[in-house]
Each structure stands twice: as C-alpha cells, then as structure tokens.
Ligand binder design. Structure first.
Ligand SMILES: NC(=O)C1=CN([C@@H]2O[C@H](COP(=O)(O)OP(=O)(O)OC[C@H]3O[C@@H](n4cnc5c(N)ncnc54)[C@H](OP(=O)(O)O)[C@@H]3O)[C@@H](O)[C@H]2O)C=CC1
Ligand SMILES: O=C/C=C/c1ccc(O)c(O)c1
Ligand SMILES: [Zn+2]
Ligand SMILES: [Zn+2]
Length: 347
C-alpha cells in the first residue's frame, strides 16, 4: 500500500502532471472541471490493492480542446469535450468489435494505468489531458460543462445497464440503492424513462431531497424491517451502488419474479446469498461497468432532450482533501466537481 490518509493528494499535485507526447489521433484538453467519483476514493486509498503512486485521479473530465493531431476529425480546437474512465482498448477483440470497448481485457484506464507508450496514465485532476479521439466526446451545448462532468461516469454507469437489460420501457418499478453520485443520476435517468423509482437508503437523512428534489416516488430505509417487508416482490430491478460490503438477501426479496439486481459498487470482498433467494423467483444477480462511448453519446443526448443534469457541489483543488473526506463520510449532495481551471494547481 502507498501513502496513507490525505497526503497522497498534496503529493500528486506537487508532481507536475506533464502529459504524454501527442500523436496524430490525440486531442489535447485543457481541463475545466472534473467530478470526484467514489472510485477515485477507492483508488487513492488502495481499496483494490492495485494503486500505484504518485497518482493523478479524476475520470469525469470536461475541458476545452486546445490542440488536435493531424488525423483528428471528431472534435475541433475550442470544442467543449468530455473524457471518462477508459482512454484505450485493443480495437480487435470481440468486445471492441461490438463497440462495448469498456469490456476489452486490454482496456487502458484514464489513470493508475500504463499507456501504449509505456508512460503512466494521468486523470483529470490536472491542468491538461491528452486523449485519443475515440475516447473523447463532444458535450452538447445545452448542458452546463460542470454539470455534464458527472455524466461521463455516473450518468453512463446507470444508463448502460438500463439499456442493455431491456429496462428502458415506461411503467417499470425500479429501485436505486445508495443515493450518492451514481445513485442520484440513477433516480433522474430512471424517472425520465417513466419508471416508478424507489430509493433504498441506509438512513432517513435524504428522504425529503430524494422525493422533493430528485423526484423519487418512494423511499425505503434498508434497516427498517417493516418498510422492507411491505415492499416485498414489488420491483423489476434494483441498481445497487453501495460501495461497501452488504448482504444481498434482503434486497433480492424486494424483486418480483424475473427481477434483476444490478451490482455497481466496487467491493473487494465476497458478497453472499443462499440459492433459493434467486431460484424461487428466477431472479438475476448481475453487474455492469460504466458504458461504451456509443452509450455515452446516447446518454448525453438523452440528458439534453430530457433536460437532465447532475446535482453538484463545486470545490476548488485546494479543498480536495476535505472533499475526499466528506465523500468517505457520505456527506455530499450528490457529486463534488472540482473547478480545475479555476484552481491553483502548483504549490
Ligand atoms: N460499475 C461501475 O461502472 C461503476 C462503479 N462505481 C462504484 O460505485 C460505487 C458508488 O459510487 P458513487 O456513487 O460515486 O459513490 P457515493 O459515495 O457518491 O455514493 C455511495 C452511496 O452508497 C451509500 N452507502 C452505504 N454505505 C456506505 C458507506 N459505508 N460509505 C459510503 N456510502 C455508503 C450512500 O447512500 P445512502 O446514504 O443513500 O445510503 C452513498 O451515498 C463505488 O463503489 C464506485 O467505485 C462508480 C462508477 C462506475
Ligand atoms: O468509476 C468507475 C470505475 C469503476 C470500476 C468498476 C470496477 C472495477 O473493478 C474498477 O476497478 C473500477
Ligand atoms: Zn467513476
Ligand atoms: Zn479489445
């Protein structure tokens, strides 16, 4: 394990994030805003045991194109663009050929990875990023860039499984478990698809906001056995974004026959259930990982059409350690976004 506590962030900023040499298909982005995803916390604290330091996190990036390689056709200098969790893939495997490149086994993560040139990848908590045009996406002008940033991970992470598992039709009854960055986009997107949406939360603290501001239809506190029992057999799907160990059986009971429990949280510990909990209702436990570039584009267009944005709290880079600590304490409504261009990055 690398450094502990909040030291890592100050250190990462002291190392000037020199970006890689740009090639003909590369886009140089001046970073404007970058969301803080719980995965950034997992990575920075080495929850998955695979962190390399120094690390420049950040994968909900919105910026302005300042330079393009000679073969770049997708964007132009001056465009406002986004980049997300993945910045490379093999382009040859089944997943790449099927345009679900997030499932390529040779995917290159936007940070804490090694690029094709052998250099470490560095994310959006930096003044600039160089990204292959395949992994850059134009942000629709109707979306405020700072509110669009969380869509590049949180937004597509919920949009993709709803689409893939055939859960976009109106009238479905769904639940979002864990009302954080990913969860609040889940409520907004599922509502915009015409679903009846229940929030399943660890406390009663977010009830009013969930119902009045995000438009949820119902709110369940997971520790309230009476509320949970009353909701038995009522849901077509649950999108579970909880980032820590939790039992699955209480939630499987909430699903109707053929219902789906879609796991999103990155949890480095086995989760357990007894087989009748799935067999006796032909229920599915599955997972999903972000979304493809095609789905990202589709999700941005969906958000533009439906007038959806994320709910954010803007911070400067100087406040990054406090923001990370608050994220860890479950004290954010609902996504921190760093005003990167408006921050002092050098010590
Ligand atoms: N599969 C994928 O492609 C992706 C996975 N992720 C993963 O999804 C998970 C959620 O990410 P994100 O939405 O950014 O996280 P947030 O911290 O923003 O939200 C997580 C929510 O889970 C609930 N929760 C329950 N127990 C805890 C706990 N002990 N600590 C913190 N939260 C708790 C809280 O909701 P409440 O108060 O309602 O209980 C909290 O708001 C993470 O593990 C992240 O790595 C993120 C993006 C993409
Ligand atoms: O926030 C986006 C990344 C999610 C993620 C999902 C699964 C996994 O094993 C990770 O390391 C990251
Ligand atoms: Zn993320
Ligand atoms: Zn591939």
């Amino acid at each position: 394990m690398g450094r502990k506590g909040s030291q890592w962030l100050s250190l990462s900023l002291h190392i000037h994030p020199k970006h890689r040499k740009n090639g003909p298909e590369d886009v140089v982005i001046k970073v404007l805003y970058c969301g803080i995803c719980h995965t950034d916390l997992h990575q920075s604290k080495n929850h998955l045991g695979m962190s390399n330091y120094p690390m420049v996190p950040g994968h909900e990036v919105v910026g302005e194109v300042v330079e393009v390689g000679r073969e770049v056709s997708k964007v132009r200098v001056g465009d406002v663009v986004g980049a997300g969790v993945i910045v490379g893939c093999c382009r040859e495997c089944g997943s790449c050929k099927a345009n679900i490149e997030q499932y390529c086994n040779k995917r290159i993560w936007s940070y804490n990875d090694v690029y094709t040139d052998g250099k470490p990848t560095q994310g959006g908590f930096a003044s600039a990023m160089v990204v292959d045009q395949k992994f850059v996406i134009k942000i629709p002008s109707a979306l405020a860039p700072e509110q669009a940033a969380p869509l590049l991970c949180a937004g597509v992470t919920v949009y993709s499984p709803l689409k893939h598992f055939g859960l976009m039709t109106g009238g479905l009854r769904g639940a979002i478990m864990g009302l954080g960055g990913v969860g609040h986009m889940g409520v907004k997107i599922a509502k915009a698809m015409g679903h009846h949406v229940t929030v399943i939360s660890s406390s009663d603290r977010k009830r009013t906001e969930a119902m009045d501001h995000l438009g949820a239809d119902a709110y369940l506190v997971s520790s309230d056995e009476a509320q949970m029992a009353a909701a038995n057999d009522s849901l077509d799907y649950i999108i579970d974004t909880v980032p820590v160990f939790h039992p699955l059986e209480p939630y499987l009971s909430l699903l109707k026959v053929n219902g789906k429990l879609i796991l999103m949280g990155v949890i480095n510990q086995p989760l357990q259930f007894v087989t009748p909990a799935v067999m006796l209702g032909r229920k599915t436990i599955t997972g999903s990982f972000i979304g493809s570039m095609d789905e990202t584009l589709e999700m941005l267009e969906f958000c533009e059409k439906k007038g959806l944005t994320s709910m954010i709290e803007m911070v400067k880079m100087e406040q990054i350690n406090e923001a990370m600590e608050r994220l860890e304490r479950n004290d954010v409504r609902y996504r921190f976004v760093v005003d990167v261009a408006g921050s002092k990055l050098d010590p």
